[in-house]
Design a protein around this ligand. Structure first.
Ligand code: GRF
Length: 197
């Protein structure tokens, strides 16, 4: 029986595409839902083009009431019966109550070498700090933002002439390698850490 994977996005969904396109052949999982928190998320069309069911749970009508938003999110997810949830550029902070319902089954990708640079603007902060190495991390989601057991990391050297954009683009290429590789192992029951060169 394939593991059922729901992918949560907010934007262009390039990580979602990398994940979805990896789940073929002998892969132990299949995508069953791509859910966005806005109907303008570019990734929705890419999911539809792949024949993956989509859903939108808009956070805006629930401004100031995170549990109400998460109630709708929970209902949409339960309807899809996922074994695994992949946050892939999903830009909403989730409450402890929601996270604990899916703990151990919810993964996130973050564009830094955690525990460094949790939160936003990771590349600008890494450049500002004079880092010689940057990268990305896939981790299990716990209530603390961008925390939780690390399942994998990929690294890139920082170049002297790097800008925030050039570094982000190079890290994003690695995100597209790392997330599918981690998901494949995780769906197959392996939770050991993967370090990609
Ligand atoms: C990625 O860099 C992800 O790590 C970050 O947001 C970006 C999402 O890009 N949190 P995409 O929507 O997967 O193209």
């Amino acid at each position: 029986m394939s593991k059922r994977v729901a992918i949560l996005i907010s934007g262009g969904g390039s990580n979602m595409v990398a994940l979805a396109d990896s789940m073929t052949g002998d892969h132990p999982a299949r995508p069953v839902l791509v859910l966005a928190n806005s109907d303008s998320a570019g990734g929705l069309d890419k999911a539809r083009a792949r024949g993956i069911p989509t859903a939108v749970v808009d956070h805006r009508p629930h401004r100031g009431d995170r549990p109400a938003f998460e109630g709708e999110l929970q209902a949409a997810l339960e309807a899809a019966r996922p074994d695994i949830i992949c946050l892939a550029g999903f830009m909403r902070v989730l409450t402890e109550g929601f996270v604990s319902r899916w703990q151990g089954r919810m993964l996130n990708i973050h564009p830094s070498l955690l525990p460094k640079y949790r939160g936003l603007h990771t590349h600008a902060r890494a450049l500002e700090a004079g880092e010689t190495e940057a990268g990305c991390t896939v981790h299990l989601v716990t209530p603390e933002l961008d925390d939780g057991p690390i399942l994998g990391q990929a690294r890139v050297p920082v170049r002297a002439d790097d800008t925030e954009d050039s570094l982000a683009a190079r890290v994003l290429e690695q995100e597209h390698r790392l997330y599918p590789a981690v998901l494949r192992r995780f769906a197959g029951g392996e939770t050991g850490r993967l370090d990609l060169p």
